[in-house]
Design a binder for this molecule. Structure first.
Ligand code: MN
Length: 206
């Protein structure tokens, strides 16, 4: 069942995260992607792509890179609701994923192939073009291995920038120019302190 794993892990009386709806088939719109910087037990980035009415998600320990030479490990995690693309805030101590979440990049994407992205996901190779503020151009996600065992496997993927005009070999995610939310302009510390700002929640959807 879609979002079952997402909901099971969370107590919505305690976390500010959205319980979420499943909204498939909202007509023709460019699907969205979001990258959230998540200061949890270990600082990481969550990369999410809208596919079939949910945000298919990967935890990327080192974050995405605009350098084609950097292949970034991306561990598949549970699907998140579409509303999560606008979630920024502090998940309280003791709750799943406790820590601060920042919307680090957001935008729309296009498939670079004819076959639908849910098929690409199932086949283990996704080829897309990102139209974000920080991430742009062609990217590939490639399934490298599944954790062996009878349990529901943890999929390991690689997130790879393609060589194109947007590629930047010198790109560094730790640059000060990337330290603020593209949604609210806040730093992780400001989000954690609950510093309020006028959120620009304009939909990326047209
Ligand atoms: Mn996370």
């Amino acid at each position: 069942m879609p979002l079952e794993a997402y909901r099971k892990k969370r107590n919505f009386a305690k976390t500010p995260e959205p319980p979420g709806r499943i909204s498939p088939g909202r007509g023709q719109h460019r699907p969205v992607f979001v990258v959230q910087k998540h200061d949890a037990t270990h600082l990481h980035y969550d990369f999410r792509l809208e596919i079939r009415g949910v945000l298919v998600s990967w935890a990327v320990p080192k974050g995405p890179s605009m350098s084609p030479a950097e292949r970034r490990l991306a561990i598949r995690t549970e699907d998140h609701p579409l509303e999560y693309a606008e979630f920024e805030g502090l998940i309280p101590e003791g709750e799943y994923g406790a820590g601060t979440v920042m919307v680090w990049d957001r935008g729309t994407y296009q498939s670079k192939r004819e076959d639908p992205t849910d098929r690409q996901l199932a086949d283990g190779t996704i080829d897309i073009m990102l139209h974000g503020e920080r991430l742009r151009g062609g990217f590939a996600l490639v399934l490298t291995r599944m954790r062996a065992s009878g349990r529901r496997g943890q999929e390991q993927w690689l997130l790879i920038k393609e060589r194109d005009a947007h590629a930047d070999p010198a790109w560094n995610i730790e640059s000060p120019r990337f330290e603020r939310s593209i949604l609210s302009g806040r730093t992780l510390d400001e989000i954690a302190l609950g510093k309020s700002v006028k959120l620009s929640v304009a939909s990326t959807r047209t």
